[in-house]
Structures are given as C-alpha cells and as structure tokens.
Design a protein around this ligand. Structure first.
Ligand code: FAD
Ligand code: NAD
Length: 440
C-alpha cells in the first residue's frame, strides 16, 4: 500500500494550493478527485461563467448606448460563445494533471472513502496518510418536488448547447441572478422565482436597485412563491401561478460534497453546510483538516477565500497550529448587468451590532464616469466608522466590482478614509470618483 505524508481530497483552489505547499516542503503528497481535476471555479463556476458573461456584457454595453452615438444591433451566438467557454474548460483537467506530474503529486481518480482515520479507499486501491486535507467543495442542493428530476443546475446550464427559449430560475442568490441576466441578454424569456428576499447578504437598498434593473431588462420576478411541481412544460407555484417553460434552473444553494466520504465512522463532525473546523481549520479529528467551501469557517464560499484557506490549513498541518484564520474584507460581486458588489459590513449589520457609522446611499448615475456609459442604475454607499476606517462599501453599476476592490485594499491595509480621499487617481476613471463618495 502506498503511504503519504499528506492526502488532499479535492482538486479546486483550496486543495491545489495546499498540495503545492506540501510539495514545496518535500513531502509525499497524493490528491484525489471524483470528477475531472481542476475544481469548480475553473470548470463549472467563476471562470466558465465569466467567459459566457463576456458576451452578454458586450451586448449590454452596446445596447445601453444605442441612440447615444452608437448604431446597429448585435446578437449573441450562443453556440459560439459556449464553444469559447468549452475551449477554456476542456484544457483544465490536462493542465492540472500535467502540473501534478511535474511536481510529483500522485493523482488518484475515483470515489474516496475513509476505511479508518488514516486510510482511504479509492475503488480497489487503498492509500494511507499521516494527515488529510478535505477540500471537496459544495454541490447543488436538490429540490424534492414532483418533476424536480428534470430541473437543471448550474453545472448543466454551463453546458447548454442551445439557449432555451423560456427559462425559469428558482432562487434569489448569485447563480439565479447571474444566469437569468445572461440568458435574458442572450435572448431568452426569463422568470426568477423568489421564496424570500433576494441576495440577503448584500446592501438591501442596492438589491432593490438590482431588482429594478432586472425588471428593466425584461426579466419577470415572482416574489414569495415556492415551486410545487413541474409537469411537461408547466411549473406550478404555491401562489397558484403556472409558468410555461422549457428549462427550470434550480439555483437554491449548494451543500457540502461529503456524503460518500464516510466521515461519520471516523468521527469528523459535520452538517449539511460542511465540516466543522476550529480557527486553524482543523476538524474534530486531529490529523484531518478542511479548507475552502466545504469548511464551515465563517468565510463565504468564494474562490479567493478557498485559496487562502488551503494555504493556511497547509501551514498549520506542516508546522502545528500557529496560524489562525483571519476573516478579511474581500469583495463579493454578483456579475449581473449591472454588477452588484459588497465589501465589509452592510448598514443593517452595523445597526444590529450598535456600531456607529456615517454614510448614505448616493445616486452616482449622473456622474460623468457613469453618465457617459449610460449606467443609469449606478449607486454607491460607503460606511465609515468613528475611527475613520471604512466599515463597508457597496456599489451597483458597471464599475461596481473594481470600486469594491479599491475599498477592499484600503480596508485590508487599514488605510483611513481621509487618506483614500487625498489619493490622486487618473481622471476620468471610476477611481477618480472615490473622494466624492465620502461627501455627506
Ligand atoms: C456557477 C458558479 C459560479 C461561481 N462564481 C464565482 C465567482 O464569480 N467568484 C467567486 O469567488 N466564486 C464563485 N463561485 C464559487 C467558487 O467556485 C468556489 O468558492 C470555489 O470553487 C471553492 O473552491 P474549493 O477548492 O473549496 O472547492 P471546489 O472548487 O468546488 O473544488 C472541490 C473539488 O473536489 C471535488 N470533489 C467533490 N466531492 C468529492 C469527493 N467526494 N471526492 C473527491 N473529490 C471530490 C470536486 O469535483 C472539485 O473538483 C461560483 C460557484 C459556482 C457553482
Ligand atoms: N459571483 C459569485 O461570487 C458567485 C456566483 C455564483 C455562485 N457563487 C457561490 O456559490 C454559492 C451558491 O450559489 P447559489 O446562487 O446557488 O446559492 P445562494 O446561497 O447564493 O442562493 C440560494 C437562494 O435560493 C433560495 N432558496 C433556498 N432554498 C430554496 C427553496 N427550497 N425554494 C426556493 N428558494 C430557495 C435562498 O433563499 C437563496 O436566495 C453562493 O453562495 C456563492 O458562494 C458565487
């Protein structure tokens, strides 16, 4: 039986970052994957989706300016766009395997299962490890209503050969909104069904603006309704509505991908959300750590956090628990048209925690940077604490993501708001608006 210093389960950002760290230290490392190697973000998440969105973002940018010095119509060639995405994603598994081979990481493909806390079975083979890192991420949550076996998830959406004529997206999160906007701009009839409030972690006043922008695109939003059944082309809702649709996208969230691992038998504490970890990303079993989306660490399930957690868990596994997880203000963006971005705390969270702040919603749509691109939904809200530190920054608009990045930089390095206001930036660019965002 082959034995290893570290066995990593999962080949996404978290698993890979950790595996490369172990190898740098000269350890014997195995990595195990039950799908194609390379992780969700590259193959079935962020990167794959963003390639498709490049098409819809371009069309949206042109359409906004029609009659404002731009003429002619453009359309999305779904097949071609999908082929561009496929060219990118098809290369990932081979690139990943090649890197493992070059760095002497042993790659195993199959469904892993713990037979004891130090031994893993993958098909017919068993391997032994001194330490383990579980980095298996999340998988789409299943819905159990009659006909739900015909719903698709983000995985299948990202493989659709044809753009559906009619699409219903169930859920009020990132995937529902991003894919609804993409499909609508590409030409589909789209409806979003919300059980409760949309995008709850974002600044509520800006979410309201996104709902307005979503409707302005021609997407129908049905609120406070649950899906009851799907039969032939009819989706039945709890409010009595019946929606005719070709495709139903189940975007009701993601759960931990751990069912097959046999964690109960070896005593690794977990629930539907993932593996319970301490501040060092160590599970309830001393030599087993977890990182990335599958670890219930307090971080959101986003790529930048997965990579950071993978490296941090590896450090603690290599050197003993000496690096605690710090929850950093990294931005989160909903890649709709327009983008919605957040970094740090919302106004509601500050109010609830009794933290004093100043700042208010600003309509920035008439500012030159936004007006020239007809970004009529552009808004901002920057919340500053009594110590002059930015506590939260929230944007909606074409430039929302990059603005959030500037604020994240300032917040992570504790740059006071007055210093941000005094910093010179190229004019006219989104950054040159920063000083004005603090004005009362
Ligand atoms: C549609 C979509 C869009 C997204 N867009 C963004 C975005 O724009 N920005 C952003 O920051 N984040 C985005 N995310 C989230 C991002 O993809 C994840 O946060 C990130 O991939 C987490 O990395 P990870 O290494 O923890 O897990 P993953 O990347 O999910 O990697 C886990 C790996 O483990 C494998 N695996 C699962 N179960 C097992 C098992 N039992 N045995 C062996 N292997 C297993 C999986 O196949 C996968 O390869 C998106 C996610 C989705 C689904
Ligand atoms: N741009 C990005 O960064 C990005 C994009 C896509 C996904 N992601 C990551 O992937 C995760 C999963 O995305 P998601 O959009 O599937 O999940 P989500 O958790 O963001 O949203 C799920 C939504 O479904 C609703 N819901 C849950 N159960 C339901 C039910 N039974 N019926 C109707 N609605 C129900 C929830 O209220 C919520 O609005 C995200 O949390 C995020 O971490 C990130």
């Amino acid at each position: 039986m082959r034995t290893y210093d570290c066995i990593v389960i999962g080949t996404g950002s978290a698993g890979n970052q950790a595996a490369y760290k172990f190898i740098e230290k000269g350890l014997r490392v195995a990595i195990v994957e039950n799908f194609t190697p390379g992780g969700t973000c590259a193959q079935r998440g962020c990167d794959a989706k963003k390639i498709l969105l490049t098409g819809s973002e371009t069309k949206d940018a042109v359409e906004r300016l029609l009659g404002y010095g731009v003429k002619g119509l453009i359309s999305i060639d779904w097949r071609q766009l999908m082929e561009r995405k496929n060219e990118y994603t098809r290369a990932i598994p081979e690139q990943t395997r090649k890197r493992y081979a070059e760095t002497d990481i042993d790659y195993f493909h199959g469904e892993p299962h713990f037979v004891s806390s130090h031994r893993l079975r993958i098909g017919e083979e068993e391997i032994e490890g001194k330490q383990f890192l579980i980095a298996t991420g999340l998988r789409p949550r299943e819905l159990s209503v009659p006909g739900s076996e015909r719903f698709i998830t983000s995985n299948e959406f990202l493989e659709l050969k044809e753009l559906p004529r009619r699409l219903v997206c169930i859920g009020g999160g990132y995937i529902s909104f991003e894919f609804a906007h993409l499909a609508r701009i590409a030409g589909a009839d789209v409806t979003i069904v919300l059980r409760s409030n949309a995008l709850k972690q974002f600044e509520s006043e800006l979410v309201d603006v996104l709902l307005e922008a979503t409707r302005a695109l021609g997407i129908s939003i049905i609120k406070e309704a649950e899906v009851v059944a799907y039969e032939e082309e009819s989706l039945y809702l709890s409010n009595g509505d019946v929606l005719k649709t070709d495709i139903v996208l189940n975007a009701t969230g993601r759960v931990a991908s751990i069912d097959q691992l046999g964690l109960e038998a070896i005593g690794v504490a977990h629930n539907e959300k993932g593996i319970h970890v301490n501040a060092y990303l160590q599970s309830s079993v001393e030599h087993i750590y977890a990182a990335g989306d599958v670890a219930v660490s307090g971080n959101p399930a986003l790529t930048p956090f997965a990579g950071t957690e993978g490296r941090l868990a590896a450090d603690n596994m290599l050197e003993g628990n000496n690096r605690k997880l710090e929850l950093l203000p990294v931005p989160s963006v909903v890649f709709t048209a327009p983008n919605l971005a957040l970094v740090g705390e919302t106004e509601a969270a500050l109010k609830k925690a009794g933290i004093p702040y100043r700042g208010r919603l600003i309509d920035t749509s008439a500012w030159q940077t936004n007006a020239r691109i007809k970004d009529s939904f552009a808004r901002a809200k920057v919340l500053v604490g009594e110590d002059d530190q930015v506590l939260g920054a929230h944007f909606i608009g074409v430039n929302a993501a990059e603005l959030a990045n500037y604020f994240s930089f300032a917040m992570q390095h504790r740059i006071p708001s007055t210093s941000m206001q005094q910093t010179g930036f190229a004019y006219p660019t989104p950054a040159s608006d920063i000083a004005s965002l603090f004005e009362d």
